[in-house]
Design a protein around this ligand. Structure first.
Ligand code: GLN
Length: 309
């Protein structure tokens, strides 16, 4: 497969960044409202070590729902497949990521998959540790190992802002607690979840996480297995079927790579055996996906023939 070339990347970004006007910055988390819609950045980290990028590559954004892939990987490593999928399902959904409706009508009442909020909350609830601090540390340590950068941390302002306004996520938790899907303190769970979503980094750092998955969970530098390949495969499968929320089917037809998006305006993509791509552009479409990110990945996938299908 052909490496991503710097000049192509700059040209493609120039074409798509005007589309920022077609969307809206997320405002249900008050601190995210401050993001400027015209911001844009992309990085492609090749497995061979080469990284190409353009835009505001030093800008740190919060990874939001992209963190769900990492918490899933950790839950699988800590508890195994059977335990994890006794708590959450494996099926995609046409409902939005914050939906409560299937929890009410589904039998048994468990979240449909680990990429929607209910499922991710149930996964975070499973993580080993005595308290929220331990669990957030586990997620950060995995990120530090993958990126080789142990300064990566969460954005306290964004975490606090979401914690104070996460009424819908609290409702999901109470509903799941009533049905025995989660245990323990809802406030503690929300504290962990909002901090994991507020973990902050730039596109080059995030692209390294994508590259790890492209490399079947093995470190790019040492070849050491950081996430066992079987679990890495499960994470990528959920990225294909559920990673772009209720636009995952459309994304699969247009782009055709495992990807996960977050409401800060980020999309992480994985190109098997080639590398990881991270795009940031905070202007979102009606389903919560970055407008610039979608356009850019569509262009890149067509140009470099990335679709896995
Ligand atoms: N922290 C966000 C939330 O729970 C993450 C959602 C997202 O990125 N789609 O609402």
């Amino acid at each position: 497969m052909q490496n991503v070339n710097q000049e192509d990347l700059v040209k493609m970004m120039e074409h798509v960044r005007v589309y920022a006007n077609n969307g809206k910055v997320a405002d249900y988390i008050p601190a995210l409202k401050k993001q400027r819609p015209e911001m844009h950045a992309v990085a492609f980290q090749h497995i061979n070590g080469e990284c190409v990028s353009t835009g505001q590559v030093d800008y740190n954004f919060t990874i939001q729902s992209v963190s769900k892939v990492l918490s899933l990987a950790i839950a699988l490593m800590e508890h195994g497949v059977e335990a994890v999928f006794s708590r959450v399902g494996l099926e995609p959904t046409s409902d939005p990521f914050y939906s409560i409706s299937t929890l009410e009508v589904g039998k048994p009442s468990k979240p449909l998959n680990p990429m929607i909020n209910a499922g991710a909350l149930a996964i975070t609830n499973m993580l080993c540790g005595g308290n929220s601090e331990d669990r957030v540390r586990t997620i950060l340590s995995l990120i530090h190992r993958i990126t080789g950068d142990d300064t990566i941390y969460y954005d306290e302002e964004v975490a606090k802002s979401e914690f104070e306004t996460a009424f819908l996520n609290r409702s999901l938790c109470y509903f799941m607690k009533q049905n025995g899907v989660i245990t323990g303190s809802v406030e503690e769970l929300l504290d962990t979840y909002t901090k994991q979503c507020a973990i902050s980094m730039n596109v080059e750092q995030l692209a390294k996480i994508g590259a790890l998955f492209a490399n079947d969970g093995k470190s790019l530098d040492t070849g050491e297995e950081i996430i066992p390949s079987f679990y890495s495969r499960i994470c990528k499968t959920f990225m294909v079927t559920c990673g772009m929320y209720n636009a995952s089917g459309e994304f699969a037809t247009k782009v055709g790579i495992p990807a996960k998006s977050g409401v800060s305006g980020v999309i992480l993509g994985v190109v098997k055996n080639l590398g990881g791509v991270a795009v940031f552009g905070p202007s979102l479409d009606e389903k919560g996906n970055s407008v610039i990110g979608l356009k850019l990945l569509e262009k890149m996938s067509a140009h470099y023939e990335w679709s896995i299908f």
